[in-house]
Each structure stands twice: as structure tokens, then as C-alpha cells.
Design a protein around this ligand. Sequence first.
Ligand code: HDD
Length: 691
Amino acid sequence: MKGTKQSKPGNAGETHQTATGREQRITTNHGVPVSDNQNSLRAGSRGPSLLEDFVLREKIQHFDHERIPERIVHARGSAAHGFFELTDSLEEFTRARILTEVGAKTEVFTRFSTVAGGAGSVDTPRDVRGFAVKFYTKEGNWDLVGNNIPVFFIQDAIKFPDLIHAVKMEADRGYPQAASAHDTFWDFVSLMPEATHMIMWAMSDRAIPRSYRMMEGFGVNTFRLLNDRDEATFVKFHWRPKLGTQSTCWDEAVKIAGADPDYHRRDLYEAIAAGDFPEWEFGVQLLSQKDADALPFDILDATKLIPEELVPVRMVGRMLLNRNPENFFAETEQAAFLPTNMPPGIDVSEDPLLQGRLFSYQDTQLSRLGTVNFHQIPINRAKGCPFQNLQRDGQMQTQVFAGRANYEPNSLNEADEESGPREDPRGGFRTFAKDLDGAKVRLRAESFADHYSHARLFFRSQTEIEQAHIASALAFELSKVALEHVRVRMLSNLRNVDETLAKRVAHALGMPLPTASQPALAPQDMEASPALRIIGKYPQTLEGRTIGILVTDGADGEMINALKTAVEAEGGKIKIVAPRIGGVSLKKGGKLKADGQLAGSPSVIFDAVALVLSEEGCSDLLDDAAALDFTKDAFGHLKAIGFSPQARPLLEKAGVFVDAGIVALSDDPTAVVEAARTRQWDREARIRSLA
Ligand code: HDD
């Protein structure tokens, strides 16, 4: 039989030494050592493969089954490990130890996600972002499964499948992927006026975040805290990012999707790997039943928020994410978050959206993870305390429970046998003893009937720039709606939110303003809530920001170094972009390595840019579309641009005009730092026609 044995270089010996010095050899799943991982077993060197080859069959069979169903919503996400630390005790309100033991650190696993797109979709569509935190508390896991928007589209869980069917790719054609700008979504929401408040948020810049590290998080639903005396307090949960809430521009988000579909995933992973650990403050809004009754809306209605100006957010803890997962599938993909995971002292409210969630998450894991034993997967296992009960068997049971005690009550201990765990009436989870009466009905409470006041509150609380972004986003999305009657209906609804908003959107669509739709309840004007804005609120710092420096051969190395030192001193990063990945030769000699090649590193992936060019280098770039786009986009996306004097022709050709964000580096190479701390919002009205 002729033939040569194909083996990998470096694999010639019988065994392989790992980096840690351990000797390792490949085995089958059942531990049989494998002698050849390059060639399948064949009848002759050029003949067919043999059924006998159990090594080949096992390997391919495992591969064939390596994917599990993706999450029906929130399929695309990224996660990290970290800890939660309580800074202020809530003992008066709850007996949950995670909220009473100041200074104690509790391990967490936090997953951020988009909602509509599939697992392989891009990171930057206009979409709500999931913000799910699993706390491994001493009293069992607590999963706070929230979003980066504090309200929701619908009031009752029975509408969730309709909402998701409408927003996901259309049933017959299988597109669009990860986009709400299409007929079925707007058809549904225009028929569901209760969605209007959330629509305002989804059309705001919150839905195009700059980074997972720069998003607020909200528990959305109203929960209860229960103290030792079983007294209840309503609670809303909040996460506040240390880096502030920051967004991209819409045109930028679209371009990032092409330039780096993993923009948010990469950002989170790289920041943690570099030791820039993202951090959030944790806050609560607390309300007694009396406080809740005094509000002009129902706190059980998830389409409403409680303005901070009415009930302040009390900061009581912090979360730091400091460790990347080691295995994306084992941890991030297999993580199962369940709103039903609550330690004693935290309880649900009667919010009908939350009530449906209490079923859905446990249920979905059965098709996703395939077994009732998904809680035994390491990422889902309760770590802070043992789990012990009398549930047994089931698919993929990994525990070997000894003894006969799989039922209760039992008296096996009287025969000196292990008798198993028992209930704990004092320390165990207790449900709030809410008085209930009334007939069994399928009715929406009258207190849920106001669909527009909060949408109006949100819109009118925004800055002018943010209002323009909302109007423009509505115009963009509706312009993608082919069904004219849907556009008309949406415009009719918008008239109940704000007359000027409806007019602006109608004008941008080139459509006449239809008559207003008839609201179930006339909208009320509420006191504006500046807390709902983003612009003007985030910290003016370079922390978490990256400056892209475009360089050419002959660039001024001293200028680059001075800028680098200044940026890094403020906690920012720089990346060198060059026409060729090999880097450039500097003016005074020496090479500068590039982090990215120009065509593959557009300015959309940076927060600000600098053009440090030589005269010749600039002249070469004048005919390079990538260089022009780099400059034009940085300007269009309201970024600061620092420039060496030789870069002027490129600025001019790209149509850049001078404003506070266009900064010459010749006198002081660090001069651009101040402008790089934020976006140049004032520029926008001069360069883009917004609705
Ligand atoms: Fe949900 C996943 C957040 C309403 C049914 N949801 C899921 C995730 C987040 C949220 C962040 C991803 C968790 C992860 O990273 O694995 N969902 C929310 C919020 C809601 C909400 C903030 C409104 C307050 N969800 C909601 C309703 C239902 C669901 C009303 C069903 C009646 N959600 C699910 C689900 C998912 C899910 C189908 C998909 C994957 C999973 O649960 O584990 O069960």
C-alpha cells in the first residue's frame, strides 16, 4: 500500500507539551489515545473511507452538533465576569443579603446584547440593548434581566410574540436582518399606541450606543423588596456607567457595521484585556404603596417610567467587570438568565409583562439548552451557596446523588441514612402576601390607558439636538416603510406626542400631516425630566476613547509622541493608521509601526482623529478615497480632528471647515485633547439636514 503519513510539523513526537509543561495527547471523547489526527482510515491511500473509523465519526458527529438554537431574542451578545459590591445597606427594605451586607463582593456574569438580530448579526443596528446581570449571591442566583432603556414596547406579555415576529426579519422573505426599519415592525407599533413611549427611546441616540461600557441599564419592570417583617417596598433598578452614556451618530453606526461588525464585542473584550475595567453604579428608586398610589400613572405598567425628579435614584452599589470569558460558547452562549431567579427579600410585582416573563425564560432554556438540568452547566450553577433539593434525573444529569432520599417528608435519618434537605420557613424565599380580589378577567386596567403622556415627557425633556435626532430617525425608519397607510397611521399617532415632532417627520417624508389618531386617554403635560437626556451629561474625559492617528512616510515623530503621551495621560488610547500595515519611516529617521492599514481602519472606529502627514504623504493621499473618507467621515461624525500643517490640502479636499474641533497641532501637539473629549455637537446643524 503506497502513501505517506501527513502529520503537522512539531507534532512528530508521540505526545505534545502544552505551554504549562503538561504532557497532553489527543484522545477520543471516551479517553482512547488518538495516533493520527490528520488522516482518516481508508481502503488504500486513495480509496474510500471506512465506516470502521470511529475516530473520524466521533469527531465529525460532535462537530455536526456543535450549535444550539440561538436565543429567540437577544441572540447576539457579549459577556464578562466581575463583581458587585454594596456600598449602602437597604436593610430597612429588604432581607436579601446582597443588598444588606455593605462591602461584601458578589461574583457576577453580565451579558449585553442586541435584541432583533441573529447571533451572527452586527453590533451597531438601531436597537434596544439587553443588560442582563447574574449575581451569584449567598442565597442563590439573582438575575436582573434588563435593558438599556427603562420602558418597554408592550404592557402585557401576551403581545411579546407579536412584537418580536413584527420586528424580526419578515416571515416570507427572510429580511431585513437586525433592523426595525421595515413594514411589519411599523405596522405593529402603529397599531399599538402603548408602544409610542418606547419608540421615542428606540429612535433616540440610546439605541445606537458607542459601547456596551457606555450604556445605562434598567430592570424595567417594577419589583418588590421585602424586609424581615415581610413589609414590601416597590423598587426600580438602575445601572449608571462610570464613562457616562454615550452614542454614535446614525451614519457612523451604519458604517461601523461594515468596518467592524464586532465593534461592541471587541471594545468590551479589549478594554477588559487591557485592564480598563468597565464599571457601573447601581441604584434603586424606592416607593411605598402610598407613593405609588400618588403618581399619575401605574407603576405596574412597563411602558411608564418614574422620573428621577419625582423619586430620586439612590446609589447603593457598584459593578466592575474585570474578566473576559475563557470560552464564548461554554459561558456566554450557555448562560441562562431567568427573571425568576431571586434571593429571599426580592420579589416580583403584578406587572403583566413581568408575570409572562416569569414563565418564558425558564421555558426557552429547554429548547435552547435541551434539558431541565441546565442549572448544572457551570455558568448557570449557583456558586455562592450549595443547591440541594429532591429533583433528580433528567437529560444530561451530571450529579451523582447518593442514597434513597429523593422524596420528602421522609424519616430515613431514623435509620441512620442520609435524609436530604428540608424547607426553611424563616430563611427561605417568601412571596409578598398581596391581598387580591376581583373576577377572573381578560382586561387591560384603566390605569394603563394613557399611551402618550410619557412619550411626550421623554421627547420634550430632550435637548434640541436630541429631538432632531429622534425626528430624523423616525423619518429614516418610516421612509423604509413601503406601506403608505402605515406611515400615515404613525404620523397620526405622533400628533398625540408632540405637534412639532409630527410636522417635522411629515415634512421630512414629504407627506401631508394626517388628522391625529384618537387616544384612549388625552395625553397630559408632565414636568420635563432633564435626567432623560444624554447630551451634556457624560464626563469630559478621554477614558474609554481612542484617537486614530493617520500617518505617512516623513511624518513628525515628535508630534505623534507628544500627542500619544497626552492622550494616554488622560486614560485614552491611540492607534496608528498608515497607508501600509508595515508602518512608516519618520521624518527624523526610525520606523513607526501601524496598528491598522488605512483602507481597513476608517475613522468611524475612532472617537477622534489626528492627521500627522508629510507634504509628500499628504499629496499621495489626495487621490486616495480611503484617506478622503477618513477625513470627511471624522468631520461628518462630529469628531475632533488634529492636523499637522502639511495635512491642510487633505482637509480642504475633504470639505472640512474650521470650528472648535479642528485643531492645528503645529504649536502644541496636545491641543486636540480637549476637543477629543466630546463630539462637536455645534457642527451638526451646519453639515447635515436633520428633520
Ligand atoms: Fe426578554 C431574553 C430583557 C420582556 C422573553 N430578555 C432576554 C434578554 C434580555 C431580556 C436582556 C437576554 C438575556 C441573555 O443575555 O441571555 N425582556 C427583557 C426586558 C423585558 C423583556 C428588559 C421587558 C421588561 N422577554 C420579555 C417578555 C418575554 C421575554 C415579555 C416573553 C413573554 N426574553 C425572553 C426569552 C429570552 C429573553 C424568549 C430569549 C433567550 C432567553 O430568554 O433566555 O425567554
